[in-house]
Design a protein. Sequence first.
Length: 305
Amino acid sequence: MYPKVKFIISMAIFGSIGLFSVKTGLPSIELVFVRCLCTSLLLGAVWGMSALRTKPQKREAIPRREYGLAVLCGVFLIINWVFFFLSFEVMPITVAVSIYHLAPVIVLLLGSLLFKEKVTAGGLLFFLICFVGTLLVGGIHQHATIAEFVSTGVLWAFAAAFFYALTSITGKGIQVLSPLATTVIQTSLGVLLLAPIADWSHFTQLTVENWMYILMTGFIHTGLVFYLFFSSLRELKAQTIAVLVFVDPVVAILLDVTIMNYRPDVYQLAGILLVFIGISYSPRKEGSLAKAAPNFAENGRKPSA
């Protein structure tokens, strides 16, 4: 299968994760736990088989520092996922996905602060465009006060984008550890962190249909998507990736409108357009920190969504 086709399929599948998460009937923490468990099993098996096929003399020594970074990224990744799915519980998928895709812009701003990467006047302009678009798509015009607007759950989606940005920036330090190994470490960490706080009573009230969506979210939307992503990313140019990642939000919004019957008003439509304009600029025009897909970490080293 051609790398571009695999990448498009991975983005299209991920674009449906909002719809599937709603259909699972599980709250965010429990859903992320299942997602981590399924991914650890699937990609752990793939990682193990690939390790067996690699000759010992060809294995590169991995610095201990990278294991530490993988663990730290794992913490940020799990928090990112919890906030991402929590946002689907309190707001329309279209709104949550649009806000979540501010992540590359946040990466750009954090990179300028932490790594002194230059941000041009154009970069700041497009950040403001994204910010205004976020307020509109979040429905600020529908509320009388800022407090009422914040109570809609917009902070959950923004928090998910923020922790994605932290995951991306931290992941820049992982250069030797393979993407598969990094992901298995992170999702295994998620299983350990979430198991003690998961409410197991939620699993006793599920239907067969719920379990179908749960397993598909775990094995297909995470395990299969990551595999397709990893096996295609390094063969594609950064500008190609910057364009193709828009398959994800487009699919998410189309499913929300056609299946969930969500109807954004004219101000929200304008906000979605502004957000897309802003994020289409940052991955291609600004520094190296802002060129990754919104659902995964930088440089193709590891996933974030």
